[in-house]
Design a protein around this ligand. Structure first.
Ligand code: KG4
Ligand code: ZN
Length: 358
């Protein structure tokens, strides 16, 4: 069984072909550089760039796999949530291939791509506990099966990756912010500034990063006589110290709520063995280390996709597409891309969803 997957929901145009035996036959990825100067993704620029590159990316991926489109059993695309202009490009490309070759089309929820991605690299059985941390989303979920999710907690404001990006922007570090913050944090003192842990006292698994970001803003503005945000006023070491403090505090916020979720998971899903982290922020080695310590404490296995598959890519879409296809979960060609598409929408409403008391 071979599935082609196309990713175009944000600023990465990706394609991959994977097999049921978990082989990645070929992949291609183009991360858009165009947004760097704006400090964030510009949807219109992203959509145009996807349109420009998607055919070449699909061709390159097939070439690397040494197969032709005829060899593919199904065609999948990220059909949301995401920036609709880009999503439409990937979905239309996948539908056109499916129609021309009379192959099934699979509409993949981008978040399900992140959620299932670790299973291509590791033997992870359902159910497992998932921390999904990306630029647009920040959730703690139980992955009960393909298409079956129980959301235990979510951010009430910014996503974790969004907070990394906003802090990086204030520090003049460019976009995306996560990798630069991680790099500089390694050179900084993570005890230099005391930062708040929003929602740490709340009796649920929800998260918040807005207050943390505001606290960083206050520190940066204190360097300017008129309270402006001007990163050029900060010595390099101070920038590194802020990065270290922010990364440590954001990680503590995540691990604290994940610990609560772990207790709930162990009680309600005693057969579950894995804690998984995925999404762009899961590329952060410091976070991965702390999550591993937490999983060890509760006698659970920690797993994460290889770092290059944490940020958006074609492999995660192809793999999620394959997982759906082999269960017969294909879609009609009139499927409408969905800018908003909660992962737990189709799951039965479970007790505690949206705010587990643990
Ligand atoms: O999953 P992703 O590629 O796109 C979305 O679906 O949103 O995630 C991108 C996010 C960005 O916010 C980026 O700053 C963050 O992941 N990110 C990181 C790291 N690498 C990427 N955050 C922290 N540490 C990293 N090493
Ligand atoms: Zn993503």
């Amino acid at each position: 069984m071979i599935v082609l997957g196309i990713e175009s929901s944000c600023d990465d145009t990706g394609a991959a072909v994977v097999t049921e035996q978990k082989e990645i036959l070929g992949e291609a990825l183009q991360s858009q550089e165009e947004h760097k100067q704006y400090g964030g993704v510009v949807p219109e620029i992203a959509a145009r760039a996807h349109l420009e590159h998607v055919d070449d990316i699909v061709s390159a991926c097939l070439q690397r796999a040494h197969i032709s489109l005829q060899d593919v059993d199904a065609v999948a695309a990220s059909a949301g949530p995401g920036l609709i202009g880009g999503v439409v490009v990937g979905v239309m490309t996948a539908k056109a291939i499916a129609l021309a070759l009379n192959k099934p089309f699979v509409a993949v929820n981008h978040l399900e791509g992140h959620a299932l991605c670790a299973r291509i690299a590791h033997d992870i059985e359902f159910p497992y506990l998932l921390l999904l941390v990306s630029g647009g989303h920040c959730q703690i979920l139980v992955v009960k099966n393909v298409g079956e999710y129980q959301r235990l907690g979510t951010t009430i404001d910014d996503a974790a990756g969004e907070a990394f990006d906003k802090v990086a922007k204030m520090l003049g570090l460019g976009y995306p912010g996560g990798p630069m913050i991680e790099k500089l944090a390694a050179l900084g003192d993570n005890s230099r500034f005391s930062l708040p842990h929003p929602l740490s006292g709340s009796n649920d698994c929800n998260l918040s990063f807005s207050g943390l970001k505001t606290a960083v803003r206050k520190i940066i503005s204190s360097y300017s006589p008129d309270g402006e945000i001007d990163s050029t006023l900060l010595p390099q070491q101070d920038i590194a110290d802020i990065c270290a403090c922010f990364q440590t505090t954001a990680t503590q916020c995540l691990t604290q709520k994940l610990e609560r979720a772990i207790r709930y998971f162990k009680q309600n899903y005693p057969q579950g063995q894995h804690v998984v982290v995925s999404g762009g922020v899961a590329a952060n080695t410091y976070l991965r280390g702390k999550l591993k310590e937490l999983a060890d404490k509760y006698d659970l296995e920690f797993a994460a996709p290889p770092i290059r598959f944490c940020t958006d890519n074609g492999v995660m879409v192809a793999w999620a597409g394959l997982e759906r296809y082999r269960l017969g979960l294909t879609n009609e060609l009139d499927f409408k891309p969905r800018p908003r598409w909660p992962l737990d929408e189709t799951a039965p409403k479970a007790a505690g969803a949206g705010g587990v008391k643990a």
